[in-house]
Design a protein around this ligand. Structure first.
Ligand SMILES: CC(C)(COP(=O)(O)OP(=O)(O)OC[C@H]1O[C@@H](n2cnc3c(N)ncnc32)[C@H](O)[C@@H]1OP(=O)(O)O)[C@@H](O)C(=O)NCCC(=O)NCCS
Length: 332
């Protein structure tokens, strides 16, 4: 008998998720598999998140865990100036032995019902092509998408100071997680632009700098005389034998003007001159574009679709204008 339980996340749920994900992703290409560790999942779902602890739906057949879905809370500042919690539904896996039998649908129904009952909040997701139909059937609506881009940048020799000088007046230097905290503490970060998720130093420290997550990233201190200072998080990924630097995110949040500097920074200080990133930021750039080529949706191994559940707290169309960068869909 299938039973779906919903409740606040507890540490052993991370073990179940990682074990189910290992088996569920065995059938998908290597480059699309999850790289989650138990420590990373436990940290991201736990109470260190400034927006609070995650909520989970666990499916069991005869007491054995066969499916996992979670909602991670994030702060969002509406255009009306109201700060709300948005629940990002993800970490969606079903034991391959029972896939395509309605377990996934049962998880989406149970978790969505639970989260939608919090009428001051809203619910959204960045599904992959396998899970997209399950969300659509439940009534989630498309509100936006983030284009996948590949840019080829330059590797620069470091100055005596240790910094690299990048086109467009940007200067970048590699730093470790401890130094990233020091830079963030001294930042005179601008407040969140209404209509966006809150990407402040506390959020960045939880998302990237804690010991459970930091080893997956290189960090850089990016400086520009007019655009100020950023801490940039750069992951890496291999696809068809090619290594990529992944521009994961930055604090303060990047804009159309600072994105090219962050892409050049990832090319110069990340694992590779090839930079992979997904964003809906408009492409403003000078000279040879640092924003590279947009991968056509039909060739994109991980198209980033943004879906939300219509509710009372916010018009879901407003959500589509929130800036999205690679780390937002939680793959990196
Ligand atoms: C996506 C997933 C969680 C769905 O769970 P499920 O229990 O199989 O879902 P349901 O039985 O309720 O719904 C099945 C529907 O999901 C979609 N689906 C599931 N697996 C799919 C696949 N491999 N390819 C394409 N669509 C798929 C189809 O629309 C399917 O409907 P159909 O059987 O009528 O064609 C499960 O397939 C899985 O764990 N996949 C691997 C991990 C993954 O990609 N997770 C999504 C991360 S965002």
């Amino acid at each position: 008998m299938l039973h779906v339980e919903t409740r606040a996340f507890e540490a052993p749920d991370a073990d179940l998720y990682v074990e189910l994900a290992r088996r569920a992703f065995e059938a998908v290409p290597l480059s699309q598999r999850q790289r989650d560790t138990v420590e990373r999942v436990a940290h991201l779902h736990g109470s260190a998140n400034p927006a609070g602890r995650a909520f989970v739906a666990i499916a069991r057949v005869d007491g054995r865990g066969v499916g996992h879905l979670s909602g991670l809370p994030a702060h969002h500042l509406g255009r009306d100036g109201i700060r709300r919690i948005g629940w990002q539904v993800g970490c969606f896996v079903v034991d391959p032995a029972v896939q395509r039998q309605g377990v996934g649908r049962g998880l989406v129904e149970a978790l969505s019902r639970e989260l939608a009952a919090r009428t001051a909040d809203f619910v959204y997701t960045f599904p992959n092509p396998r899970s997209l139909p399950v969300f659509e059937r439940h009534g989630y609506q498309p509100v936006g998408r983030a284009a996948t881009r590949i840019a080829l940048g330059r590797r620069h020799r470091a100055e005596r100071s240790g910094a690299v000088l990048l086109a467009g007046g940007f200067e970048a230097r590699p730093i470790d997680a401890a130094a990233a905290r020091t830079v963030l503490a001294a930042l005179d970060a601008a407040p969140t632009e209404p209509g966006n998720f809150v990407r402040d130093p506390a959020w960045f420290a939880w998302r990237f700098l804690e010991p459970a997550v930091a080893p997956a990233y290189r960090f850089a201190h990016l400086v520009h005389p007019r655009h100020g200072q950023h801490v940039v998080a750069i992951a890496e990924h291999a696809f068809r034998g090619v290594r990529f630097s992944v521009l994961a995110d930055a604090c303060p949040a990047l804009s159309a003007r600072t994105l090219p500097g962050a892409v050049r920074c990832a090319a110069s200080l990340g694992a590779s001159r090839f930079v992979y990133f997904t964003t809906n930021l408009p492409a403003i750039s000078t000279g040879f574009t640092a924003l590279g080529s947009r991968i056509p949706a039909r060739l994109d191994p991980r198209p980033v679709e943004f879906l939300a559940l219509p509710g009372d707290s916010i018009d879901v169309r407003e959500l589509g204008t929130a800036s999205i960068l690679t780390a937002d869909w939680m793959g990196f």
